[in-house]
Write a protein that binds this ligand. Structure first.
Ligand SMILES: C[S@@+](CC[C@H](N)C(=O)[O-])C[C@H]1O[C@@H](n2cnc3c(N)ncnc32)[C@H](O)[C@@H]1O
Length: 284
């Protein structure tokens, strides 16, 4: 059904252009950082079309069912639920991961950790500690089929989703429910991890998307944010010749120190696209 004369240039809430205008205003008012993009992603999902279709057909009318579906998605976003949870999926390097509130939404800066691990020697045995959705482990396996990849998490809920992602993507990764590396036996060449590293006291400053919707067990790590990294540095340095940890702004010197104290001869901090020292690599 077309909305006829009303859709010629002038937006109506019943067509794509009008629905997007109204939704963008509502999301801006709710404090969302990228209201137009979010509105487009949600409307495309409600219509079951690619986002580019919205630009090609701005005058396309919404059916009552599509409008109701869009209103439902919009309501969730106005409550600052991450778009990735609402859509149920997130792109990470070359793979598409299912995501929901059981796991952290994989972040673009974590792709740097994967990039660094791509330099590992052929056939290396590598453990991803705190795998969440499986992002790091699965991206690594997808780009380097020769690697033997093991992934751990303390959260059984997160592991269930990571396993489902591995099965859907057809990637052969071994999963273990474990505290850090406790569930991993045998020799390891490398350990990679994006562990919880936010200071408990920083909770009030976090965006509502993070504080209200992402799992606390994936975020917080004590007074200085290093509770998990402190233990992991010791375990990983004892087990592997090469480690790479993601961390928060300002934590690189302390984590480099932890790794050297644990026996790593050389540590290097790598900056993300925002210029923040985001990953520390330790080598024996
Ligand atoms: C920041 S999230 C990272 C998730 C995923 N690797 C990513 O980069 O998107 C940290 C993950 O570590 C897990 N975790 C927290 N403490 C852990 C521990 N002691 N041992 C294993 N996993 C842990 C959490 O359940 C969560 O899934």
């Amino acid at each position: 059904m077309r909305s006829g004369a009303a859709s010629k240039g002038r937006p109506t809430a019943a067509d794509v252009r009008g629905a997007l205008a109204a939704a963008t205003a509502a999301l801006r008012e709710a404090g969302c950082e990228s209201p137009r993009l979010d509105a487009e992603l949600l409307l495309a999902a409600a219509l079951g079309v690619a986002r580019t279709r919205l630009h090609i057909e701005p005058e396309r009318s919404l059916t009552r069912e599509q409008a109701a579906r869009f209103a439902g998605l919009l309501e969730r976003r106005r409550d600052r639920e991450p778009v990735a949870y609402i859509l149920g999926t997130r792109a990470f390097r070359h793979i598409e991961l299912a995501v929901d509130p059981r796991v952290l939404v994989p972040r673009p800066e974590t792709e740097l950790l994967v990039e660094l691990a791509l330099t590992l020697p052929r056939g290396a045995r590598v453990a991803d500690v705190g795998t969440g959705s499986g992002a790091i482990a699965l991206a690594l396996k997808q780009e380097r089929a020769d690697l033997d990849v093991i992934a751990t998490d303390v959260s059984a809920d997160a592991l269930a989703l990571a396993r489902a992602n591995a099965a859907r993507l057809g990637l052969d990764v071994t999963f273990a429910e474990a505290d850090l590396l406790a569930g991993v036996s045998g020799e390891l060449d490398a350990v990679v991890s994006n562990p919880p590293y936010i200071r408990d006291a920083d909770r009030p400053w976090l965006a509502p998307e993070v504080a209200r919707h992402e799992p606390a067990g994936a975020l917080f790590a004590g007074e200085d944010g290093l509770d998990v990294l402190r233990r992991l540095a010791v375990e990983a340095a004892a087990r592997a010749r090469w480690v790479a940890f993601e961390l928060g702004a300002g934590q690189a010197p302390a984590v480099g120190e932890l790794l050297r104290a644990a026996g790593m001869a050389r540590t290097t901090a790598h900056r993300d696209l925002a210029g923040i020292e985001r990953v520390v690599v330790g080598e024996r």
